[in-house]
Design a protein around this ligand. Sequence first.
Ligand code: APR
Length: 243
Amino acid sequence: MIDAAIKILKETSSLLVITGAGISAESGVPTFRGKDGLWQNYRAEDLATPWAFERDPETVWRWYDWRRGIIKNAEPNKGHIAIKELEELYEKFFLITQNVDGLHERTGVKNMIEIHGNLWRVRCTRENKTFVLPDVPLKEIPPRCSCGALVRPDVVWFGESIPVELMNKAYSILESYETLIVAGTSGVVYPVASFPTFMKSKGGKVIEINLEKTPISSIADISIIGKTGDILPEVVEGLKKIF
Ligand code: APR
């Protein structure tokens, strides 16, 4: 399977990588779905919707403060680092991550978008301006902007749309790239869940890496079952021998 993936990657001149929470699991950051996933113990409706924030910003922020604490102590893992190495191997490389943890950024990867936002960035609910709030734990919960209004995490919650400029960027990349690696996502949250189908429909190749089969597996050219922290470095090593 890995050899077949390397063969496709060797023949491609443009590589798009899409990641989900699974890529950060080996850094100790909890995923959302699956047996230890956050949505087993927490209700998304109470914590990750604009209505939950309106009703109870303190509870929402306590949950984000806890997650920010975990992520602050986490380091990018071998999977994140392998993706940065892929960027160095391809002239035309792009990463779209659904993760809000900022771990990809910490590897130095440049050509990327965080399509669901970033939990270190906050947005003023009055002025809409964004800024980084690095404090862990937060000094006050819920935190406020200098103008006095509440700030919210600058992430895309359920029931919200991805900013139009990020969607436009994602589709322009999908249209002009040949091969997609989709790593560590359950493939059930739209619109990103539709990107592999989009890639296939225009004749591109899709390689999936996940601990288990997902809805993407049946349309992928290659579906590798395993940890991203094991598989991605192997793929990079294989490619380095050829390039
Ligand atoms: N290696 C590879 N895959 C892994 C690993 C690992 N070490 N650990 C977990 N996985 C896989 C799981 O099998 C699962 O398919 O990662 C996937 C994680 O799925 P989700 O928790 O659903 O995460 P994601 O797909 O990123 O969720 C999408 O949902 O709740 C929202 O906004 C949140 O961005 C998130 C979106």
